[in-house]
Write a new protein. Structure first.
Ligand code: PEP
Ligand code: MN
Length: 338
């Protein structure tokens, strides 16, 4: 349920409600909005004395939360959430936030070169997997901690926020020591223990949609993270599995307005995994922005033909620079800043 406080309530009024909620065995999430403060009270309702809360000072009313996800729902927070991934670099604000870089971290020199190029073109984040979830156990699995060190160096050189994947709980602390944003990949969206571990960190989480997950399951995965106290979740649509063969995945852009209707969380699109083909990436990126996405995560490589992973869907730094120019024009056309 949501306890809506009256305008002008004091911190002590909110604290009193928090204590009542805790005494009833519920967990509280205080959300301070621009024109109202609410306390979302979540948990088993059996021992709840609604009257006691209703009669507390400065409580306006209590409303039930109907969606299965609570803290991720627009019912608890109307204003869109903006997630800061580096000082001054935001995803979910009036502008479009773009993360770009290679699928995998390969070597230091190449990573630096790509990082400088995407920064120059206007990216705010650098992507690159150091731990790679590969279908084939004999394929390149990523450089591990060495790759994280290269990413941290690239951040120091460019100021870009580092976005990289965690695949298991035992990687969380190590990766969090180097990265600015922890990515949870499509294969792990249902790994509830990993979601909880990510929720206990203070790093923003880029949560990719499972390739066969419904929207409700996607938002419930976000809820797992948020319920641990980490509200900095960025949703990412990366395509779903269908019968289609001309694309690696089918990229359902209708998820953007659907997420905007159900949740306050920002959503970005991964047109690289979402299509599997470099030639499709620019048009699907522009379509995503036109449809209201808060940003993109794009695979960029300076020698796609020889990339260790996902070369076929990686665009060159030159193509990325052109894409960024076009993306700015689309953003402005729909009333967002570039
Ligand atoms: C990736 O970003 O390279 C990746 C493996 O993503 P996904 O989890 O969406 O497949
Ligand atoms: Mn990839």
């Amino acid at each position: 349920m949501i306890v809506v406080m009256k305008p002008g309530c004091e911190e002590t009024d909110v604290q009193h409600v928090v204590e009542l909620v805790r005494q009833m065995g519920l967990k509280e999430h205080v959300i301070v909005g621009t024109d109202r403060t609410v306390v979302a009270a979540i948990g088993d309702k059996r021992n709840v004395d609604k009257g006691a809360i209703e009669n507390a000072g400065m409580v306006d009313r209590i409303v039930p939360i109907l969606a299965p996800y609570k803290v991720a729902s627009k019912e608890t927070q109307l204003e869109p959430s903006a997630v800061e991934i580096a000082p001054g670099a935001v995803i979910g604000g009036p502008g479009i936030g773009v993360i770009a870089g290679p699928c995998s971290v390969e070597d230091e020199g190449r990573l630096l070169e790509i990082a400088h190029a995407v920064k120059e073109a206007g990216a705010i984040g650098l992507r690159g997997g150091a731990f790679k979830p590969r279908t084939n156990p004999y394929s390149f699995q990523g450089l591990g901690e060495t790759g994280l060190k290269y990413l941290a160096k690239a951040r120091d050189a460019t100021g870009l926020a580092v976005v990289t994947e965690i695949m298991s709980i035992d990687q969380v602390d190590m990766v969090a020591g180097y990265a600015d944003v922890l990515q949870i990949g499509t294969r792990n969206m249902h790994n509830f223990n990993l979601l909880v571990a990510a929720g206990k960190t203070n790093k923003p989480i880029l949560l990719k949609r499972g390739w066969s997950a419904t929207l409700d399951e996607f938002l419930l995965a976000a809820e797992y993270i948020m319920n641990e106290g980490n509200r900095n979740v960025i949703l990412c649509e990366r395509g779903i599995r269908t019968h289609e063969e001309y694309v690696r995945n089918t990229l359902p852009l209708a998820v953007i307005p659907a997420v905007k209707r159900e949740s306050h969380l920002p959503i970005i699109i991964d047109p690289s995994q979402g299509t599997g083909h470099a030639y499709m990436v620019p048009s699907m990126s522009l379509a995503s922005i036109a449809a209201g996405a808060d940003g993109l995560i794009v695979e960029v490589h300076n020698d796609p033909e020889h990339a260790m992973t996902d070369g076929a869907q990686s665009i060159t730094p030159e193509a990325f620079a052109r894409l960024m120019k076009d993306a700015r024009n689309v953003a402005v056309a729909i009333g967002r800043s570039a």
